[in-house]
Design a protein around this ligand. Structure first.
Ligand code: BJ8
Length: 426
């Protein structure tokens, strides 16, 4: 994680707490070194991701400031239900603000109760402790009425940032679809007001193409992970999915496709990141935002390789594409709505399609077992852990249910449980 005088000046302008921010970058740099740079036999294409991560608070933030200087707006989001296609069509920049580290917890707990999930506390803590240059760069932050924790947290957050909250339905009925469609149109109107750009069918078609291409590249990456030996570690694949929320979408797509070319070469030679026959585990559950790498690291240090992430920082965000055949604005919005209403988030009731998706993904990736991950205090995913377990058991696929947070206190306990699970699935 770089720090130099020009960046410090930029962070000062963004009103970050420089001393605390320097401390955060040095901890993150060390954490990244231990978890990522210690891996043997990594793909050459991961150098790009290492670079992006090393500049995550530097060069990328500079790019955002340059975009702002050109009059473009920065939109921050917390959920994969906010359509990036529309943001791009308004010539704005779309960034994910979910946070994956304990920071500013004390300040966060003044705004939300202690028994709130770590992801929510983290994004509030980053804001209140003035640690996140992305949040500080945003012209508008988009929330959404998904879980109760987020809904109520946005009420408090809105006092500190310019917020727009999308009302999300909780079911997949026809009236729910209509509600979501109205909310997509309302978001579009809000974007037009903020940016002064009129979203035309041509601009939206381009936005759809860019985001579809990004998702296609990530689908390609995901499919290549069915090879045995696994061509890429789960840690690296998770990092790629995490970076997809920050990086310039066109540049990112090019580098993921180049990495996939390299993976294909590796597969053709029968090579991989771990020996053939290594226990193959799939992750399923809550999103893992940067730098939440604890569980994947523990899993891959326990004799397993991770072959897929059934999560919003994973296939829940990349599985479906928007139909590109529409030409009128109305038809394009319908195509967007159709695609987004297929997201199988645990906030929906019922949410049976997720059970089918987890089982078929585990089979496609030839997973020997699934580790279900819920953040502590996350009701929707904790409930669904029971259902996913039952659905996988029916298919003869073992599952281990983990509930954890961002602290490092339970690492040894997690390791013991995961080692036992790895032994069992082998
Ligand atoms: S579409 S998963 S990104 S809502 S972990 S904050 S659910 S208490 S993140 Fe999500 Fe959108 Fe759904 Fe995906 Fe609440 Fe649970 Fe915390 Fe969560």
């Amino acid at each position: 994680m770089s720090g130099n005088a020009a960046y410090t000046e930029m962070w000062e302008k963004l009103d970050l707490d420089i001393a605390a921010h320097d401390g955060l970058l040095s901890v993150l740099g060390k954490f990244y070194g231990d978890i990522y740079m210690s891996q043997q036999g990594r793909l050459k294409g991961m150098e790009y991701l290492d670079f992006v991560l090393s500049e995550v608070h530097g060069l990328r933030i500079k790019e955002l400031q340059d975009a702002k200087a050109e009059g473009r707006k920065i939109i921050g989001t917390f959920c994969v239900f906010v359509p990036e296609e529309l943001t791009l069509a308004a010539n704005a920049v779309h960034v994910g603000l979910c946070a994956g580290a304990d920071a500013g917890t004390e300040q966060a707990e003044k705004l939300v109760p202690r028994n709130t999930c770590a992801l929510i506390k983290s994004f509030i803590g980053f804001k209140m402790a003035r640690l996140c240059p992305y949040t500080e760069s945003c012209d508008m932050v988009v929330g959404e009425t998904t879980c109760d924790g987020k809904k109520k947290a946005y009420e408090a957050f809105a006092e500190h940032v310019n917020m727009h909250v999308m009302e999300l339905p909780q079911t997949k009925t026809a009236s729910a679809r209509q509600l979501f469609r109205d909310e997509v149109v309302r978001y579009m109107t809000e974007l037009e007001k903020l940016t002064g750009v009129t979203i035309t069918p041509e601009k939206l078609a381009e936005g759809i193409k860019v985001v579809n291409n990004k998702r296609r590249a990530l689908q390609r990456l995901s499919a290549l992970r069915s090879a045995d030996p696994a061509p890429i570690s789960g840690r690296d694949a998770l990092l790629i999915n995490q970076v997809s929320f920050y990086d310039d979408p066109v540049r990112f797509t090019g580098s993921v496709n180049a990495l996939c070319d390299e993976m294909e070469g590796r597969i053709a030679k029968g090579e991989g990141i771990a020996p053939k026959g290594t226990a193959r585990l799939m992750l399923s559950g809550c999103p893992m935002a940067v730098p939440n790498w604890k569980l994947p690291y523990v899993m891959e240090s326990s004799g397993a390789v991770i072959v897929g992430e059934e999560s919003c920082i994973g296939t829940r965000n990349t599985r479906d594409l928007v139909d590109e055949s529409a030409t009128t604005m109305d038809a394009m919005i319908d195509a967007l709505v159709d695609r987004y209403m297929r997201i199988d988030c645990a906030c929906f009731t019922p949410n049976v399609e997720r059970l089918d998706n987890v089982a078929s993904m585990a089979k496609e990736l030839k997973a020997d077992g699934v580790v279900h991950y819920s953040l502590m205090f996350c009701q929707p995913y904790a409930h669904e852990a029971l259902k996913v377990d039952a659905a996988l058991r029916e298919q003869g696929i073992p599952m281990l249910s983990i509930e954890t947070d961002y602290s490092m206190e339970d690492v040894e306990q997690l390791k013991t449980r995961i080692e036992a699970f790895v032994e069992m699935v082998k």
